[in-house]
Design a protein around this ligand. Sequence first.
Ligand code: ZN
Ligand code: ZN
Length: 152
Amino acid sequence: MSAFFHNFHTHTARCNHAQGSDREMVLGAIEAGVQVLGFSDHTPYPGISPAAGRNRMPVSQTAEYFASLTALKEEFAGQIELHIGFEAEYLAPLWKGLLDHLADFPCDYLILGADAHSPAEMGDIAAMERTRAWAAQFGLPITDTIRYTMQK
Ligand SMILES: [Zn+2]
Ligand SMILES: [Zn+2]
């Protein structure tokens, strides 16, 4: 009896830890009975090092991310409701650059991702609170929070 009608946590292949095309994901969601699907790839951070950025969408793909998903939004209107967002982690030194980069894109929402670099850090909510304060700067709704441990 547990129908999964809404999902706001969807990565794309752009972050290197999801597979398949955007279109395949939409088709798969429709087939599974999802009514509202939100895409939330990891925020593209201008200036991030290649090592730190290896598991997030590159800045060079932001425009294509919105173009692809906007086209799918129109193509599948009436079959599924699509939203375009990001899973966002607070990286203090790069914060301003991220805000500037995303300012002109029609972002619908954010998921807050709190990086924890060891299991011990999972008990510390400071990173989550910092990220929440940062998201408020966007003036965007927060649909979900994710906590996970990064493998170093
Ligand atoms: Zn991820
Ligand atoms: Zn994620």
